[in-house]
Design a protein around this ligand. Structure first.
Ligand code: MN
Length: 260
């Protein structure tokens, strides 16, 4: 178990994200973290890394740049950032909590496997630190309701860290696309089924050569009750515990029963 954190005001928090150091949700998460503790470190990608998943940079050097006090930009992925933070930048005292986000857009259903936001929390968990991914769902790209995450973020973090959770688990939090005062509550959910990537858009480049671009369309069977998708549809904050261990125990038992 990750033990409950009784007093967050004494905690060291590491923040990363996948939207990069200029991502609009990074400031939102910094403000949330600073409202609970003074010891907030930011190690985030120099450039946008959405869709990077849990990728590592192995074939080129990683460079870091100090942006301001306790704030570094890294020339890599969200996973690189967490590795570099814990292994180098703040190795003297590892964080008590890793927060990733606030992502601009949902990380729900099957999409979480593509998510750099979720992957940073995955890396924190693998390195033995309780970690939470946070995402702000929106419907209008020109009016992302950041205030919803800003108003409710600290409360969610206090609630979950006050209880603790399994060491093999990260928490995936999504804020619904409604105004802060329209939020219906906080709901523990399971991962739903919906993915991006099927909508391939074919176009011609200015030289007449065809190219493909992965569109934003998402497909799935719909929002089953009790899932992250359903909670968001109902205007609730969704908290999904995600397992690092991807083993399916049912299939494993079946395979073993068949003598494998
Ligand atoms: Mn992103």
């Amino acid at each position: 178990m990750f033990e409950p954190i009784a007093d967050l005001s004494q905690a060291r928090i590491l923040i990363s994200n996948d939207d990069g150091i200029h991502g609009p949700g990074l400031d939102v998460l910094i403000a949330i973290a600073r409202s609970v503790t003074d010891d907030v470190w930011v190690v985030a990608p120099e450039t946008e890394q959405s869709g990077a998943g849990h990728s590592l940079t192995l074939h080129q050097p990683l460079r870091f740049r100090q942006v301001s006090e306790k704030f570094y930009a890294v020339s890599g992925t969200p996973t690189d950032c967490v590795l570099l933070a814990l292994g180098h930048l703040i190795k003297d005292r590892k964080p008590d909590l890793v927060l990733s986000g606030v992502n601009r857009g949902a990380n729900l259903g099957d999409d979480v496997t593509y998510s750099g936001t979720v992957a940073a929390a995955m890396e924190g968990t693998l390195l033995g630190v309780p970690s939470i991914a946070l995402s702000q769902v929106f419907t209008d790209p020109d009016a992302v309701p950041w205030d919803t995450a800003a108003q409710h973020g600290a409360e969610v973090i206090r609630k979950v860290t006050g209880r603790g959770w399994g060491r093999n688990v990260l928490l995936n939090v999504n804020f619904p696309p409604v105004a802060a005062d329209q939020v219906k509550g906080i709901s523990a959910t399971s991962q739903g089924r919906r993915k991006i990537g099927d909508g391939l858009i074919e176009r011609l480049d200015p030289r007449g050569k065809p190219y493909l671009w992965i569109g934003p369309q998402r497909n799935g069977p719909g929002a089953a009750e009790g899932t992250d998708l359903s909670a968001i549809e109902q205007g609730e904050i969704s908290v999904t515990p995600l397992c690092i261990d991807l083993t399916d125990q049912g299939t494993l038992a079946t395979l073993r029963a068949q003598g494998l």
